[in-house]
Design a protein around this ligand. Structure first.
Ligand code: IMP
Ligand code: MG
Length: 180
């Protein structure tokens, strides 16, 4: 690891920077094969998926476009309630498009369930999910996540886009928040 200052609440590293980069390249290759000959629309869920998106799209060789959506889910700092509000909607319609939602982490699954319903109602040609991380132990709803980077234990994760109180998104690896 570099000499970067490590913040106080950092617990153990859950996914190293090398493992992240290797897995993102694998996902990019898999997506490139699956969508060969079709033009993909990547929908990045702000803000957590920004780092993942930027690495993933460089690993995708098929033509692709990108759009952004921001959602807020009511709840505590570490638990979402499933009541989701769209803070920023897509710039363009998605009817007839091959859509892949790029998410940072699937926890309860409630945010993604809401997104799948909301985007599914806009008549895309296809609608799938690529999530960097998943916490299966926390899942409350069953969701078809076509591409998943890593399954992690039931710990609150920070880094590589994931925040705790808007901090730590810039860490190049994923770590657990200390003492949780
Ligand atoms: P869900 O609705 O419970 O699946 O949670 C979805 C959102 O909560 C994710 O897109 C993240 O923004 C956030 N979230 C869930 N778990 C974590 C975590 O361990 N670290 C940081 N953010 C998380
Ligand atoms: Mg978040």
């Amino acid at each position: 690891m570099s000499s970067r200052q490590v913040p106080q609440p950092l617990g153990e590293v859950l996914v190293s920077a090398d493992d992240l980069q290797r897995r993102v390249r694998e996902l990019g290759a898999e997506i490139s094969r699956d969508y060969a000959g079709r033009e993909l629309l990547l929908i990045c869920v702000l803000k957590g998926a920004v780092l993942f998106l930027s690495d993933l799209m460089r690993a995708i060789e098929t033509p692709c476009q990108v759009d952004f959506m921001a959602v807020a889910s009511y709840g505590s700092a570490t638990d979402s309630s499933g009541v989701v509000r769209i803070m920023k909607d897509l710039d363009a319609p998605i009817a007839g498009r091959e859509v892949l939602i790029v998410e940072d982490i699937v926890d309860s699954g409630l945010t993604l369930q809401y997104l799948m319903r909301s985007l599914g109602a806009r008549d895309p040609a296809s609608l799938d999910v690529c999530a960097l991380l998943t916490k299966p132990a926390r899942r409350k709803v069953d969701l078809p996540t076509r591409y998943v980077g890593f399954e992690i234990a039931d710990r609150f994760a920070i880094g590589y886009g994931l925040d705790f109180g808007e901090r730590y998104r810039n860490l190049p690896f994923v770590a657990a928040l200390a003492d949780n």
